[in-house]
Design a protein around this ligand. Structure first.
Ligand code: FDA
Length: 500
């Protein structure tokens, strides 16, 4: 393994020769702030232990040329690059590698420029979606952006893998609303979207996105209705599966199965939460619910009216009169493991306890989250962008285990539970391939070799689960733009030349 450090003059000289701006901020393991910079955005504590491989350098670019220089010099010196925007990768791929590597930490590269007249914004890749919501809200209440709920998620990873949230049934994914992008390719050149030809993650370092803002109404209404098994959760969950994807596109009615009232004395009960976000007023929402899902029994007092920006603050679990909290980059962290599915046809019956299965009560925070599709998601062609889970998808499922206890035993118990639920759901979810959401990265689906290389068929194993038939197109683009496979990781798209 190469060992780059501050004394490696060749590498450092290479960086300064190739950057036409000020000095590039560099952190080596000997720098006092190295550990805090490395750890500050790590979301999954599974990848924070002393045994986790660490980068030889962390670079925090302030200018495009800093990223260009890093790419050029790492390539020249045989080092791999991991790019980190918000650090939320489920498997830690933005800051962990088994081969010698450098982390490009984009947290300092986070400027956002909102143009209300043009209904667009340029967002640097190190910004978070919370920052984007806040900066839009600062300038206008007429527009929002269709991305996820968790404010600390970074736009770099989130937009390149899809990005869904409260507005996705109306406007599609974040990735569907990208107008332009700037990206540094494997030769260290800056390209725009026209010159790129498509794709991002396996293709280069995204510097910034130009996004299309979408109109939002003056009032958004949210309700969260919780039902235990005794209160009829089974029948409601069963009914939900036939309704949720057919509701008006202004309404997202997500379903979360969780455990409530766990204590030292009690293992708690299974409960279903129906969380609705409606782009409109409470009266309209009540009318829709009365017509389409009367069994849920939603009442006026369940509904909270607020502005669109406040709805993002509410979904982030902050007090709604504190929108500035969306700017925070750090939040409480746990160990976690997740898996995902798409459902196109079969419904899983009406026994919620069976889905969560054996062991649910042993998991500290188990969650099964159902996100209904339909609306705009069913209209955008599968081939428009790499994300192909569109027409015919009824809902997406995410199986999540969160825990705070250290150690292999706790880790095994929690990971085993997610695998067991996933196995139990096999008959009810998409098949051939069994699809998964790229942004819920899951290395159980298959991975490249440890150094990131893979044959076409090896990568196809996991690739078609994420991208379906678009996988082949991604391979073709990769073969053109990065034939030497410089940008690679455990689930990067291989160029076809690497097939041999
Ligand atoms: P991170 O920085 O870890 O990057 C993820 C991947 O993208 C890595 O492979 C990384 O190298 C690459 N990457 C990052 N920046 C790049 C750049 N500038 N150029 C090239 N490659 C880059 N999803 C969703 O759709 N809706 C939701 O509501 C949520 N909510 C949510 C909550 C929580 C708590 C977590 C942990 C995750 C989510 N997600 C989500 C999933 C999220 O969309 C996914 O993890 C994203 O990849 C995270 O992007 P980050 O930039 O934060 O991650």
């Amino acid at each position: 393994a190469r060992n780059i450090n501050a004394a490696d003059l060749n590498f450092l000289q290479c960086l300064s020769h190739n950057s036409n701006h000020s000095k590039i901020p560099i952190y080596t393991p000997n720098t006092s702030s190295y550990t805090s910079i490395l750890q500050f955005s790590i979301q999954n504590l599974r990848f924070i232990s002393s045994a986790t491989p660490k980068p030889q350098l962390i670079i925090t670019p302030l200018h495009e040329s800093h990223v260009q220089a890093t790419v050029i010099c790492c390539r020249r010196h045989g080092l791999q690059i991991r790019v980190r925007s918000g650090g939320h990768d489920y498997e830690g791929l933005s800051y962990v590698s088994d081969v010698p590597f450098v982390v490009i930490e984009l947290a300092e590269y986070q400027a956002i420029d909102v143009d209300v007249e043009d209904a667009s914004a340029w967002v640097q890749a190190g910004a978070t979606i919370g920052q984007l919501y806040y900066r839009i809200g600062e300038k206008t209440s007429a527009y929002g952006f269709p991305a996820g709920a968790c404010p600390t998620v970074g736009v770099g990873g989130h937009f390149s893998g899809g990005g869904f949230g409260a507005l996705f049934r109306k406007y599609g994914l974040a990735a569907d609303n990208i107008i332009d992008a700037r990206l540094v390719n494997a030769d260290g050149e800056v390209l725009d979207k026209e010159s790129m030809g498509g794709g991002a993650g396996s293709y280069g370092v995204v510097l910034s996105w130009k996004v299309r803002l979408v109109p939002v109404p003056p009032i958004v209404t949210i309700f969260s209705v919780v039902k235990t098994l005794e209160q009829g959760a089974n029948a409601l969950v069963h009914r939900w599966q036939y309704i949720a994807d057919k509701l008006p596109r202004d309404l997202l009615n997500a379903l979360l199965i969780r455990r409530a009232n766990a204590s030292k004395e009690s293992k708690g009960t299974v409960q279903a939460t129906f969380l609705s976000v409606f782009q409109g007023e409470a009266e309209q929402l009540l009318h829709i619910m009365e017509q389409r899902f009367p069994e849920l029994g939603v009442k006026r007092e369940d509904c909270m009216e607020m502005t669109y920006l406040q709805s993002q603050v509410y979904l982030a679990e902050f007090p709604i009169d504190s929108p500035e909290l969306l700017l925070q980059r750090n939040q409480s962290r746990k160990f976690f493991k997740a898996k995902s599915d798409y459902v196109k046809g079969a419904y899983f019956g009406n026994r919620v306890e069976r889905i969560v299965g054996k062991g649910f009560h042993e998991i500290e925070v188990p969650e099964v989250i159902f996100s209904p599709y339909g609306g705009r998601m069913g209209e955008i062609p599968d081939t428009e962008i790499p994300y192909n889970h569109r027409k015919g998808v009824i809902y997406k499922i995410q199986y999540l285990a969160w825990w705070g206890e250290k150690g292999r035993k706790a880790s095994k118990k929690n990971i085993d539970w997610t695998r067991r639920v996933y196995k139990y759901m096999t008959p009810y979810v998409s098949k051939s391939p069994r699809s998964a959401y790229f942004n819920y990265r899951d290395l159980d689906l298959g991975q490249n070799n440890k150094n990131g290389t893979a044959s076409y068929s090896q990568a196809r194993d996991w690739g078609i689960k994420y991208f379906g038939n678009n996988f082949d197109r991604l391979v073709r683009v990769k073969s053109n733009v990065d034939p030497d496979n410089f940008f690679r990781n455990e689930q990067s798209i291989p160029p076809v030349r690497a097939c041999r």
